[in-house]
Design a binder for this molecule. Sequence first.
Ligand code: BGC
Length: 454
Amino acid sequence: MNNGTSSLQFPDGFFWGVGTSAYQVEGDSVNTQWYEFENGGGIKTGDRSGKAADWWNNAEQDFDIAQNMGLNSLRLSVSWARIEPEEGVFNPEAIERYRQMLAALIERNIRPIVCLHHFSHPVWFEKKGAFLSKSCVEDFGRFVKFTVTELYDLCSDWITFNEPNVYALEGYLEGDHPPAKTGRPVLYFRVLGNMGRCHAAAYYTIHKLQHDAMVSFANHFIIFTEVKNHMFDRLAARIASDSFNNVFINMITGKKVPLLSSLLGNCDHVRDTWDFVGVNIYGGTDVSFDTTQPGMAFVRRSDPKGKPTGDPDPGGKAMFGEIYPQGISIVVDKLAKYNKPFFILENGVPDKEDKLRPWVIAKAVRTMYDLIQKGYDIIGYHHWTLVDNFEWALGYSMKFGLVEMDPMTQQRKPRPSAAFFSEIAKANALTPTMVKKYVPEAMDEIFPKYKDHK
Ligand code: BGC
């Protein structure tokens, strides 16, 4: 293992990329439930998504940036609402535009990964009850079959759902995303059970159309740590993990959790419908057992004190608790027994001034390197995100981009992290010179033996 000061060289063909999603970058996503949510005043900052990063007209300008950075992978999503604006009616122009985008990526030697549902969907589907409706498997399946049939000559990596756990949490427990219901745990689990069945049906449909496809979903992981090492706080951490991190994973691996599994419905068909583990990871939070919180299953979350958090949200809160790229190793270690490759599909930090982001990148890369040295199969890393974009209910307030983007002028200005990530991607390695240049204060942490060699 490399503990010293030489470069951390990655295996040939490792994927260095960025993650994006349709609603957050395309602009004018009028037929979606999110657009209605905006119209109804759902965005806390009062922002409107407007042109977003203008990808519907000109994604290519950002693909050029990605190419110049030396990236070889880009994760984007297609908008169901553009492709099937009315139930059962497909829009060939939308498909044509997505074909152009995928071809434009391939021309630039960037491998596209397509996500089929990243939080937004058509208004007609929302009106039917979305993933609570009886026909959701059929509806989602029809869209998937059409879309994959039209695009599979240009893409072979598919993500059915982005973060079903976040979709259900925000929509049915916390109420910050449409349909903005709060405190509805039974609905939360029903939605997740139905999404599991939609995912499984889509998995088999895609494989039928494309035998060598790689299909999975992107799971959001939060590292929950008990405040005190005693039985009750450990129980709180377990409840939090089982009801957030592990719901989809348990459906896929066939693990039954007392009480929770019965709320999901029959998931037999969902078992083993993944070709890789899709990991989205940002942060960690402390948890304790709190008898005054029955509505939250007795779990109290608190942000670790004195830890890196990134920019506060407009309400003054840390969006992800402690920013915790090293959590990648906890997730990989835990799920390695399923023998699937790992794809880090999202990792990042809201950081307008780019103070913490270089450390996040360096720490994530060091963590992945150490895991690969230990024999774990990690095939790629996607930073969230390429250019600043529309951060859901927080509008344009949170800046996740490697590249700064002003939604009013559409002007782009790379942050130092863009150059850092580009150097890593081009070298397929992290070197001490890069760390000294972009994140010198973390030199001893990223290259632990550096101290001895000084
Ligand atoms: C979502 C992204 C979002 C990012 C930052 C993830 O949970 O998939 O859409 O922009 O977090 O909040």
